[in-house]
Design a protein around this ligand. Structure first.
Ligand code: CP
Length: 304
């Protein structure tokens, strides 16, 4: 991790990822520790969130730190025209760490370049969501008993899905085979295919979400079509229900298969999947607290 900020998962080496998930595992065993006593963390959410914001805030609270911030930028002076630069400089006067979600790609990078306190990117537009990737990899590790040589099927909005983009980079250290399932309009961007090719990572693309691809998967990572990223809502309407995972589609899947989803779900996983032992998305979100406890300590240089 560069300057202790976490802006992009590209900044995490394989060793970084393994160290952070190992710390997450320790926090899972013992979540309440006074490691952030006297520290103030700012939680700046310029875009809506349930899990990311609340799990970061839970992580800070469980570590004995304090939180300041906002979950609705309309209540801040940015609604009066204050720039992101001035907002970041002001909050840097008050807090030891900034956790920030913003609709603009590159916003977290920019923030990290104008302040001396660490920035954790909690999602920047369609670009990156690195803390989600750490919790996703922690979840994969817990469910598969390891990270190497897995068949990972990623389904849905691969164009705008920032969790997808970060996951591809994060898992690239572990020789995965990716199966990318998306409609033509939402295919994985060329930049990520080039990335895989340069790293000798195998990938396949599909427009059908078939049982054949599910049955060879260790992980099926479902994603929501990102309505908020479309400039033309007619285009959104065309693809919004393109893939729906139903329980019957899992009948011949591998025993170790787990279904992940960064959530929120809209309707891409039918509710009858929830009771299947292979559904893991609720536990996955719980893992976010432990992963984020580990990330906060890494960013602040706090040993556990
Ligand atoms: N996974 C995720 O980023 O969820 P929220 O948008 O609820 O934070």
């Amino acid at each position: 991790m560069n300057n202790k900020s976490l802006v992009s998962i590209q900044e995490c080496s394989k060793d970084d990822i393994l160290r952070i998930i190992s710390k997450a595992s320790l926090f899972e065993q013992n979540p309440n520790q006074e490691l952030l006593k006297g520290k103030i963390c700012a939680s700046l959410f310029f875009e809506p969130s349930t899990r990311t914001r609340l799990s970061f805030e839970t992580a800070v609270n469980r570590l004995g730190g304090r939180i300041v911030g906002f979950s609705d930028a309309a209540t801040t002076s940015s609604s009066k025209g204050e720039t992101l630069k001035d907002t970041i400089l002001m909050v840097s006067n008050y807090a030891d760490l900034i956790i920030m979600r913003h609709h603009l790609e590159g916003a977290a990078r920019y923030a990290s370049e104008i302040t001396n306190i660490p920035i954790i990117n909690a999602g920047d537009g369609a670009n990156q969501h690195p803390s989600q990737t750490i919790l996703d990899i922690f979840s994969i590790y817990k469910t598969q008993g390891g990270l190497d040589n897995l068949d990972i099927t990623i389904v849905g909005d691969l164009k705008y899905g920032r969790t997808v983009h970060s996951l591809i980079v994060g898992m690239s250290h572990f020789n995965p085979t990716f199966h990318f399932v998306a409609p033509d309009e939402l295919r994985i961007p060329e930049i990520y295919k080039t990335f895989c090719e340069e790293k000798n990572i195998k990938y396949h693309e599909y427009s059908d979400f078939s049982e054949a691809v599910i049955n060879r998967s260790d992980i099926v990572y479902m994603t929501r079509v990102q309505r908020e990223r479309f400039t033309d809502l007619i285009e959104y309407e065309k693809v919004k229900n393109v893939y729906i995972l139903k329980n019957s589609m899992l009948d011949n899947s591998k025993d170790n298969l787990r279904i992940l989803h960064p959530l929120p779900r809209v309707n891409e996983i039918a509710y009858d999947v929830d009771d299947n032992p292979k559904a893991y998305y609720i536990e996955q979100a719980k893992n976010g607290v432990f992963a984020r406890q580990a990330l906060i300590c890494e960013s602040l240089g706090i040993k556990i």
